[in-house]
Design a protein around this ligand. Structure first.
Ligand code: ADP
Length: 471
C-alpha cells in the first residue's frame, strides 16, 4: 500500500507531513505502519467534499449505485488475501478465521446490499400519500479496531446505497484495511467526494466529525463511553445517530440442554477474536447443580485454545490487538481473583512461549457472583464467567441484569422452551441452540449497547429520511 501516509479527500490521495500514529503488529509488538494523525483542517476539507458531492449523489440512479457496489465487491474479492493478512497482523485474529471473517464478511455484506437494492422500496403508497425515503445527508462513520473492515463496510455500503455521502474515520489501532477499501473505491466509478477517509485520533478529527453542522448523521461502533459523547454532541445539532457499543452477553444453558454442546458453543463464541467481539457470550449461565461439570467442560475447551502466532494456519487463539488492551484484560483477571470468584483456567500471567506480542491466557472463572464488577463490565478479552442459577426465572433475571443488551444465547432440548426464554431476553439478538449467523438479520443493541440497527434492510433504513407527499 502506497497511500498509508495520506488521506483520501474529494477523490484524491492528499499528502500529509504532520505527526503520525504507529500501527503495531499484535503478535510481536513491532511497528508495521504509520498513518496520519491528521488535524481538524483535513477533516473539515473532507466534510466539505462530502457536502458538495451530496446534491448529485443523492439523485444518482439505482443503476449507478449498483455498478459502484459491484466494482467494490469485485475489489474486495480480489484483495481478500491482503485484507486477511493485514487485519490478522493488526488485530491478532488467526489467519484462517481472518480470511473467513475479516476479509470474507465485508464481501458478503456488500453482496447482500447488491441483491437488495434493485427491489428496495424507495417510495410506497399510503392512501392518498406517496411516502418517499430520501438519503439523510453527509454521514460521519467512526469505527473501532476489532473487526476493522467489516464495521466500515456495514456503514459505508448501505450509506452509499441510500444516496448518502460519507466521511470515514477509522480506528487508530487498525486503520490499514480502510486504506485498502479507499484504494478499491478510488478505482470504481464512484464520483469524487462521495467517500472520504481521514486518519487520526478520536479526540481531534473524530471530535470535528461528530460536531460539524454539515454532518447530518453519525454512525458509530465502539465503546459505550465514546458513544455517549457522540449522543451528547448529536443532541446539540439534532443529528441522527446509530450507535453500536459494548456488551456482556449471556449464554443461558437450560437444565435439559446438551451440556457439552452448549458449553463448547459458548466457549468458541466467547473466545472468537480473543474475546475482542462486542457480541461475545462472556457470561455462561448454568443450573447450579451442573455448575462444576460445566466448568470442567469449559476448562477442557479452553485448554485446546493455546495462544500462538496468528499468521500460522493452525493457531486458534491469537494475541490481543494492543498493549493497552492486554493490560486492561490482565487487570480484569486480577480483579476476578480479588473479587473471590473461582479461577478455573488461565490466569493473569503471560502464556508460556509468548514473551513478545500482546498475548493473554484464555481464562475461565466459576461461581461468578451476579452484580460483581467481573460479571457486569465488558472486558473485551478471552475471559468467560460461569454463573450458577437456581431456576429459569433466576436465569432470565441474571441474563437481563446488566446495562447492556447486544447478544445472547439459549440452549435447550425443547426448541419451544428455548424460544420462549429467548423472547424474554432484553437483547438485540439471541442464538437459539447455536443457530447460524444471518447477514440479513438486524443487529444492534438494547440499553447501553446501542441505538439503531445494522445489516439487511434495517441497516439501509438507518440512512433514510421519510418524506410524505399528500396527493
Ligand atoms: P475502543 O475502546 O474500542 O478503542 P473507542 O470508542 O475509544 O473504543 O474507539 C472507537 C472509535 O471512536 C475510534 O475510531 C476512536 O478514534 C473514536 N473516538 C474515540 N474518542 C472519540 C471522540 N471523543 N470523538 C469522536 N470519536 C472518538
Amino acid at each position: 500500500m502506497n497511500n498509508l501516509s495520506k488521506n483520501y479527500i474529494n477523490g484524491e490521495w492528499v499528502s500529509w507531513s504532520g505527526p503520525t500514529l504507529d500501527v503495531h503488529e499484535a503478535g510481536t509488538g513491532d511497528v508495521i505502519a504509520k498513518v496520519p494523525a491528521s488535524g481538524r483542517d483535513e477533516m473539515e476539507q473532507a466534510i466539505a467534499a462530502a457536502d458538495a458531492a451530496f446534491a448529485d449523489w443523492s439523485e444518482s440512479s439505482l443503476d449507478q449505485r449498483i455498478k459502484v457496489l459491484e466494482q467494490l465487491h469485485a475489489g474486495l474479492k480480489e484483495r481478500a488475501g491482503e485484507i486477511a493478512e493485514t487485519v490478522c497482523r493488526e488485530v491478532g485474529m488467526p489467519i484462517k478465521l481472518a480470511t473467513g471473517i475479516q476479509a470474507g464478511l465485508p464481501a458478503t455484506i456488500t453482496k447482500t446490499y447488491l441483491k437488495m437494492l434493485p427491489d428496495f422500496p424507495f417510495s410506497e403508497q399510503c392512501g392518498n400519500s406517496e411516502v418517499q425515503y430520501a438519503p439523510v445527508g453527509v454521514v460521519g462513520c467512526i469505527t473501532p479496531w476489532n473487526y476493522p473492515l467489516h464495521q466500515v463496510i456495514l456503514k459505508i455500503v448501505p450509506a452509499i446505497a441510500a444516496g448518502c455521502t460519507v466521511v470515514l474515520k477509522p480506528a487508530e489501532i487498525a486503520p490499514q484495511s480502510a486504506y485498502i477499501l479507499a484504494e478499491i473505491l478510488d478505482g470504481t466509478d464512484l464520483p469524487k467526494g462521495v467517500f472520504n477517509l481521514v486518519s487520526g485520533e478520536g479526540q481531534t478529527v473524530g471530535d470535528t466529525l461528530i460536531k460539524h453542522p454539515a454532518v447530518r448523521m453519525v454512525s458509530f461502533t465502539g465503546s459505550t463511553r465514546t458513544g455517549g459523547l457522540i449522543a451528547h454532541a448529536a443532541a446539540d445539532d439534532f443529528k441522527r445517530i446509530a450507535l453500536e457499543m459494548g456488551g456482556k452477553s449471556a449464554s443461558v444453558i437450560l437444565p435439559d440442554a446438551n451440556l457439552a454442546a452448549a458449553v463448547k458453543g459458548t466457549v468458541n463464541n466467547c473466545l472468537l477474536n480473543s474475546g475482542q467481539t462486542c457480541t461475545a457470550l462472556t457470561r455462561m449461565l448454568v443450573p447450579a447443580d451442573l455448575h462444576d461439570e460445566a466448568c470442567e467442560l469449559a476448562a477442557a475447551a479452553v485448554a485446546r485454545m493455546t495462544p500462538g502466532n496468528p499468521l500460522e494456519e493452525t493457531t486458534r487463539l491469537g494475541p490481543l490487538a494492543s498493549a493497552q488492551q492486554r493490560d486492561k484484560v490482565i487487570d480484569y483477571i486480577k480483579l476476578g481473583i480479588e473479587e473471590g470468584h473461582t479461577l478455573v483456567a488461565g490466569g493473569p500471567e503471560a502464556p508460556e512461549g509468548c514473551d513478545k506480542g500482546y498475548f493473554v491466557k484464555a481464562t475461565v472463572f466459576g461461581n461468578v457472583k451476579p452484580g460483581s464488577r467481573l460479571e457486569q463490565e465488558e472486558i473485551f478479552g478471552p475471559v468467560l464467567c460461569v454463573i450458577p442459577y437456581q431456576d429459569e426465572a433466576d436465569a432470565i433475571r441474571i441474563a437481563n441484569g446488566t446495562q447492556y443488551g447486544l447478544s445472547g444465547a439459549v440452549w435447550s432440548a425443547d426448541a419451544d422452551r428455548a424460544k420462549k426464554v429467548a423472547g424474554k431476553l432484553r437483547t438485540g439478538q439471541v442464538f437459539v441452540n447455536g443457530g447460524d449467523f444471518n447477514p440479513l438479520a438486524p443487529f444492534g443493541g438494547f440499553g447501553h449497547s446501542g441505538i439503531g440497527r445494522e445489516f439487511g434492510k434495517w441497516g439501509l433504513e438507518e440512512f433514510l429520511e421519510v418524506r410524505s407527499l399528500q396527493l
